[in-house]
Design a protein. Sequence first.
Length: 473
Amino acid sequence: MSKEKEVVGQKKSRALPHIFVILLIMIIIATICTWIFPAGSYDRVINEATGREVVDPDSFHYIDKSPVGPFEMFICIEEGMIQAANISFLIFWAFSCMYVIQETGAIDAFIAMMIRATQKRPASALIIIIAIMIVFSIWGSTGTFSYEEVIAFIPIFVTVAYALGYDAMTGIAISVIPVGIGFASATTNPFTIGVAQGIAELPLFSGLGYRLVIITVMTAWLIIYTMWYAKRIKKDPTKSLTYGMDMSEFEMDEEKLNTPMTGARKLTLLALLVGVIFMAWGLLTQGWYINQCAAIFMVITVATCIINRWSPNQLCATLVTGLQKAVLSAFVVGLARTILVVLTKGGLIDSLVHACVSVIQGLSLYVSGFAMLIFQTLLNFLIPSGSGQAAVSMPIMTPIADLIGMNRQIAVLIFQFGDGYSNLLVPTGFMVIACAMAKVPLGKYYKWLLPFYGIGFILQCLFVFGAIAMNYS
């Protein structure tokens, strides 16, 4: 065997499984668990303060097992796809919208304009990156800019990162990660902190001062870590986690760098900006969610067609290509939801929650705080929805906090950390989609993330301990 074939064989043996393989394995494990572990259930009641259906913490009881069979497992995949249909539909429209805009040349013209500006003042590149990260983190903390909204912009930021001399991982780090950090810090996030505080019967968005400190520290840590990585690979490109991989579709060639910013392209970018601002307004003030966001992407797509004087046939042909690019990400969401469907059918969600809560009770205040943080982090693997997780965990965590003498605001803070920051870690979340879009292998992403998340988790613990020490309220 030649050396060349040996190298190829080594590369193949080291290749990570496809994301579909990973998710299918997790679905099979969840199915097996429904045959092994006892099923249980909490009663659901209506919380008078919020009008939401929540768990009655004193009502847990074991129920008859309802194991999921092999054939039913495949039915669960279909049901998972259906339950995640609104998110998948949003992904389809967001991808297609951005692809249509890309085909107008507006994105290339915008990136070329940025590159020309940074070439005149090289130091401004880092300033631009840091400014973007700060804005995205603050914006994400309001709940009006989340993974669903930023996901479509990933190819733009990856292209910008390459044009500035960095790599695809840097593109993810300056776009998606800051949104995740902000969403987890949750200064005024109505979908997480708002729901949790309502269930805990606390004033809406109370305790904001401490959360402002948290978002400042966590964003600063992200900037430091990202800049260290970015400078390292700019100095030596072989240090890049994606070095040697085919990233030609994100590279700006000479033709793209000379793309002019025409009037139609300016109006196209303006339509996108207005659409995103309108989306943020609706999410913050009108109670909008995924369906309305998808509709806005549709409107932006139609507006782009009109601005650039495309025929209906030209628009539809371009949309179809954009839809093709969205298939992987849309299906990942559905497969990930299948895990929750299987565990719910098997009656294991409440059993797992009850088992974790039984361990937490009776510990000291600081140890309880740490254990509650672990519990909330693990629960995020099972219940990806922030508001859904609050409805399950907060009715249980609130009385536990009362029993052990912990301020309820601290219990909310712990929920906020466990629900938010672990979104960067769970293999069933939006980061898998981000990596697929940026062509960053999941293993390479975790190699970048784990040192950052490790220090970040220590900071979370310190913030929880600090809150306990000063009786944060």
